[in-house]
Design a protein around this ligand. Structure first.
Ligand code: ATP
Length: 579
């Protein structure tokens, strides 16, 4: 069920107190004590004036005033601290939930949103959410109770004066009500603009070497400054509205004060009001400003928190990749099916057709090479096998089962994938090698995998060996990173291995080494390698040639060589001597 804006505060209250109801009760009790202390003070002052006039003993009254003031302040501090802890716990839980959810979204959805925008939701927006806990849950209700209690005391002291005082605040209240209504929209616009700015900046940072090489710093700085200006314009929308609050309230208070002084003076002169009651009333009026200020400013800030919660909801409403997992246990796998089978597969990126009626088989064992000019659809083919993407038409079968019928976790457990960017985590060498493993991998296996890709010496030379964190001050070269990614793949026991251009950064010595690693992998599983360097295809048992999103030829190297002029052209372009 979609969450309406009206339901949101209640839901946030539930999230805040989930498993901590008793803590909330303590916070509420402390707040009540603080409120009672505040309300008692004017009455105790009034009593003190009467006692001074009557020359009575003042000691116990002084003690009572001290207890009310100190007790109230202590209780307010305690409730504020406990509440902030509850708020931070809620923010941490929501933030973790959002991050876990984002990691399970389809790649397309994540890319569509942009990493910077998602980052700003997890950081800046979650900080805004804290305001709801800090202000909305106890401070605002407490302020309402304090204001109502103070008004009741004022009514008890002199109802006529109360009417005079309220006249001043009424005008302010109407204006502030209108301002608060506009604030949530303004905050949503501002948070959206901030997310866009974060996205633009993070994409520029990701491309920093290229930016520097092209000397594009100045031009991109100007574009970023424009995005920043757009964010500031959105921020001004909230600032303008918030700036109205304090003066409007101050004006209301001044009008109320003048009205009380004039009316109170007249009533005192007429003998209708005692001086102690007039002083107590004025104290109440001054005391009323703090809760009313809290209600108006707090309500404005809570709008920012509610807007942030709304942006969280937008993300949580997006379907995760495994949302379409089959509900029933899948049928057993046929023993002799190929590792991968495409049947009349069609796929379009943003309505631009990329694959058309593709039929292909990848055998259960051995090396298959996927070739084609740049943009032919090779990476898209791998993405369909991994189920990063789903075919628009036709079927993709993995180990004899339609890929839509696989539970996603099981499907991905059967496939190891080395992407084109040979991505590594900004984490230790060990973490990068074992990222897909639930159990700890024995160290000798890690060294063996590194040995296979000739990385042992390089890793031993790192400051903390296997535990050196990469991607910061210490890093590997492009070719070493590629070999580390390959070592990760070789540690996997997956039945299907997908390698997207694994040789792009390797020198000829390392390329020979890679061929040996691939041969070892292909001995007992299916290895599909996207090869730009056509030298790799010589060792392949099967070659599939893609051209314009169609399978142009497939079979053994010799057979495709005979059948396909496109293949011969590709080989010639790479200057690989046909055997
Ligand atoms: N995320 C995307 N959004 C839109 N179009 C895309 C996307 N990814 C790829 N394409 C387009 O789909 C087509 C096939 O891309 P793909 O990456 O599969 O080709 P490729 O054969 O792997 O190319 P290369 O050898 O250059 O890596 C290209 O025309 C490309 O522009």
């Amino acid at each position: 069920m979609p969450v309406t804006a009206g339901h949101q505060p209640l839901r946030i209250l539930r999230e805040l107190t989930d498993g901590r109801r008793s803590r909330l009760v303590v916070i509420l009790l402390l707040s009540l004590v603080a409120t009672a202390g505040t309300l008692a003070l004017p009455l105790l002052v009034s009593g003190l004036i009467v006692a001074v006039q009557a020359r009575q003993d003042l000691l116990w009254r002084a003690i009572a005033m001290s207890v009310a003031a100190l007790g109230g302040a202590g209780a307010a501090a305690g409730s504020g601290y406990l509440l902030a802890r509850l708020g931070e716990r809620m923010v941490h839980r929501l933030r973790s939930r959002i991050m876990a959810h984002v990691l399970r979204l389809p790649l397309r959805t994540v890319r569509g949103h942009g990493s910077g925008d998602l980052l700003s939701r997890v950081t800046a927006d979650s900080a805004q959410l804290r305001t709801i806990a800090d202000l909305g849950v106890v401070q605002l209700p407490t302020a309402v109770v304090t204001a109502a209690g103070t008004l009741a005391v004022m009514a008890w002291l002199d109802p006529v004066l109360l009417v005079a005082a309220l006249g001043g605040f009424l005008v302010a209240g109407v204006i502030i009500g209108l301002v608060v209504r506009g604030l949530r929209r303004a905050h949503t616009r501002y948070q959206g603009a901030l997310g866009l700015l974060a996205h633009r900046f993070s994409t520029v940072l990701d491309a920093l070497p290229m930016v520097k090489a092209c000397q594009a710093e100045a031009r991109l700085s100007t574009r970023l400054a424009q995005a920043s200006q757009h964010t500031s314009t959105a921020a001004l929308g909230t600032i303008r509205l918030e700036a109205l609050m304090s003066p409007v309230l101050g004006l209301g208070q001044q009008i109320g004060l003048v009205a009380v002084v004039v009316t109170g003076g007249a009533r005192y002169a007429a003998g209708a009001l005692a001086v102690a009651d007039l002083v107590a009333f004025l104290l109440c009026l001054l005391q009323l400003v703090a809760p009313i200020m809290m209600i108006s400013m707090g309500a404005g800030q809570v709008q920012a928190g509610l807007a942030a919660r709304g942006r969280f909801d937008e993300i949580l409403a997006l379907s995760t990749e495994d949302a379409e997992d089959p509900p029933q246990a899948p049928v057993p796998l046929p023993a002799e099916a190929p590792a991968v089978r495409f049947r009349a597969v069609g796929f379009a990126h943003d309505r631009r057709p990329v694959l058309h009626e593709v039929d292909l088989d990848i055998p259960r064992r051995g090396l298959t090479a996927l070739l084609g000019v740049s943009g032919a659809g090779k990476t898209t083919t791998l993405a369909l096998i991994e189920r990063f993407l789903r075919p628009d038409t036709g079927t993709v079968e993995i180990l004899g089962r339609d890929s839509r019928e696989w539970p996603l976790a099981e499907l991905r457990g059967r496939i190891a994938y080395l992407d084109q960017e040979f991505t590594l985590l900004a984490d230790s060498v060990r973490a990068n090698l074992t990222v897909g493993h639930a159990a700890e991998v024995p160290e000798h296996q890690l060294w063996h995998a590194l040995d296979q890709v000739a990385l042992t010496a390089a890793v031993r030379a790192l400051p903390e060996g296997l535990d050196t964190v990469l991607g910061g001050e210490v890093d590997l070269s492009g070719g070493q990173r590629q070999r580390l990614a390959l070592a990760r793949v070789s540690l996997s026991s997956a039945e299907i291995v997908l390698l997207d251009e694994p040789t792009s950064q390797l020198d000829s010595g390392n390329e020979d080494l890679l061929r040996t690693t691939i041969d070892t992998l292909a001995a007992d599983r299916a290895v599909l390698v996207v090869a730009h360097r056509l030298s790799t295809v010589r060792q392949a048992g099967k070659v599939i040639l893609l051209a314009d999103g169609r399978v142009q030829a497939s079979g053994s190297h010799e057979q495709v060589l005979l059948d396909s002029p496109v293949y011969r052209d590709l080989l010639a372009a790479q200057a690989v001597a046909p055997r």
